[in-house]
Design a protein around this ligand. Structure first.
Ligand code: FAD
Ligand code: AMP
Length: 483
């Protein structure tokens, strides 16, 4: 007999599993199909984010930063830690344990919400039918549902000039599994993923060279912040080469040792580097190959993303698509919010996602975070604005913790004073940016933030002072110089 559901979700990443849970909360009979097999050869929900993205990378960023801190910085606190040793195996096991606990948590939530977790591949057929092929089985089953949510995520873009090779040329997943610290590490792409992975291995002792094709560093961030970030990452020792277009690579192996020669062009000159490992981090592409049969009329863009409207409806009634496989930034929280929106739309509720306030974070040390419009975008659109900045150097809490790099910047509409963008670099900015998102979501003005009381001493006071600085009245800064 054909299994009939109210909702079938294909993909159990942060977009799909959140959509499935919200559907179940709303009373729908829900199935979630997912094909992920983890390194223990077991099915694991959570998608890229839990298994090979957000979570394992943050576990390693934290551990590697603690190692660097213990080696270089605790002395200034009067703490002697003379024989700091790296135990990479334990660091990796800790990361694996965190991943395993969180993925098990999702399977527990599926069970508690009575969601059928179907372990294998899903394919969209016509007439709201889904073909499900269970892991290890050849013969597919046909299931159907009133509503289908596609949430198949994305995969690393492969690069013909540097094809993946065993343990030597790897993508981001491979870079989370190195068993020793590479002496010299090359990374193609100085985007968010390249920078985070570069930070991990630099903290653990690698010499890291990032080759970035664009001349501009982090062009999606506010220029003032990205300039500060480039300065700080370079000071820490990341060798970031901009305008460096990789042309080819060669792996040479002598005995058990392999090296990669990476050839690139910069300023019209050919150069090369020789590294022990190479990470390819040039972006991600939507997983839409073999996801539906030929007769299905879904529109894809040139990257393979499924075309959807503002509420994630595809061109087929009752079929939705969310997360990395559709337009917008490839971020876990963006996919999750889309999942909740779609579940509520299916239930006939009013639901929407505010795409103007999606927070972006780079989890390096210091962290870079922003939400809303950059100063350069406001200039391009001809919007009059006022800007206020406050450096962490003047924050008592930042001083106390010994991490004073960075600043907070608030951009507000010159006429209405409404906050249009908030940009930060500094410790814990991934947490601070949430305050900016709430302010923007509630339509706050910079004056609203200025009138709010913040605990002392906290890093949040820098957000308060930056809002005061919009009106040129920051307390802990000298008055702005008259021109
Ligand atoms: P995915 O998480 O990719 O999940 C899709 C799931 O669908 C997978 O399990 C896949 O196996 C399954 N699937 C695909 N096709 C089929 C099929 N036909 N049948 C059945 N199952 C299928 N984002 C952040 O917001 N914060 C971060 O800190 C962050 N760090 C990252 C670090 C790294 C190294 C990487 C690679 C990514 C990071 N991201 C981060 C991005 C984040 O992981 C993605 O935006 C997020 O996972 C997308 O969620 P999703 O549900 O759309 O897709
Ligand atoms: P992201 O989109 O944040 O994942 O970052 C990917 C980065 O890789 C972008 O900054 C791209 O400009 C960069 N990139 C893409 N192709 C190349 C290439 N051939 N050589 C060097 N960098 C590249």
């Amino acid at each position: 007999m054909k299994e009939q559901y109210d909702v079938i979700v294909i993909g159990a990443g942060p977009a799909g599993y959140v959509a499935a849970i919200r559907c179940a909360q709303l009373g729908f009979k829900t199935a979630c199909i997912d094909r992920w097999i983890n390194k223990n050869k077991k099915p694991a929900p959570g998608g890229t984010c839990l298994n090979a993205g957000c979570i394992p990378s943050k576990a390693l960023l934290e551990s590697s930063s603690i190692y660097e801190h213990a080696r270089l910085h605790v002395k200034s606190h009067g703490v002697q830690a003379n024989d700091v040793q790296l135990d990479l195996k334990t660091m990796m096991s800790r990361k694996d344990k965190i991943v395993s606990e969180l993925t098990m948590g999702i399977s527990g939530l599926f069970k508690a919400n009575k969601i059928d977790w179907l372990q294998g591949s899903g394919k969209l057929l016509s007439n709201k039918q889904v073909e499900f092929t269970e892991h290890g089985k050849k013969k597919p089953k046909i299931t159907s549902a009133e509503n289908i949510i596609l949430a198949t995520g994305s995969s690393s873009v492969e690069f013909s000039a540097a094809p993946l090779e065993n343990n030597t040329i790897v993508d981001s997943s491979g870079a989370l599994e190195f068993t020793s610290v590479p002496e010299r590490l090359g990374i193609i792409g100085a985007g968010v993923i390249g920078l985070e992975l570069g930070s991990v291995w630099r903290c653990l002792g690698s010499e890291v060279i990032l080759l970035e094709a664009q001349d501009c560093f982090l062009n999606m961030a506010d220029e003032q912040i990205s300039k500060g970030a480039l300065r700080e990452f370079t000071r820490q020792g990341l060798d970031i080469r901009l305008g460096a277009r990789v042309l080819s690579s060669d792996v040479s192996t002598k005995g058990k040792t392999s090296k990669v020669i990476v050839n690139y062009q910069q300023d019209n000159q050919s150069s090369s580097i020789t590294v022990d490992k190479l990470i390819v981090a040039i972006g991600r592409k939507p997983n839409t190959e073999n996801l539906f049969t030929k007769e299905i009329d879904l529109n894809l863009d040139n990257m393979g993303a499924v075309h959807v409207d503002d509420q994630c409806r595809t061109t087929i009634p009752g079929v939705y698509a969310i997360g990395d496989m559709v337009r917008g930034p490839m971020l876990a929280h963006k996919g999750s919010e889309e999942g909740i929106m779609v579940a509520e739309l299916i239930a006939g509720q009013h639901a929407e996602v505010n795409y103007d306030t999606i927070p972006s974070v780079i989890y390096t040390h210091p962290e870079v975070a922003w939400a809303g419009k950059t100063e350069q975008a406001l200039k391009t659109s001809g919007i009059e604005y006022r800007s206020g900045t406050f450096p962490f150097l003047a924050s008592g809490r930042a001083k106390a913790s010994g991490e004073t790099t960075g600043m907070v910047k608030v951009l507000a509409d010159a006429t209405t004073d409404r906050v249009l963008g908030v940009h930060m670099i500094g410790q814990n900015c991934s947490e601070l940016i949430g305050q900016a998102v709430i302010a923007m979501e509630l339509g706050a003005s910079s004056e609203d933030i200025a009138l709010t009381m913040f605990a002392h001493p906290t890093l949040s006071e820098a957000f308060h002072e930056a809002a005061l600085a919009v009106d040129k009245r920051a307390i802990h800064l000298p008055p702005p110089r008259k021109r």
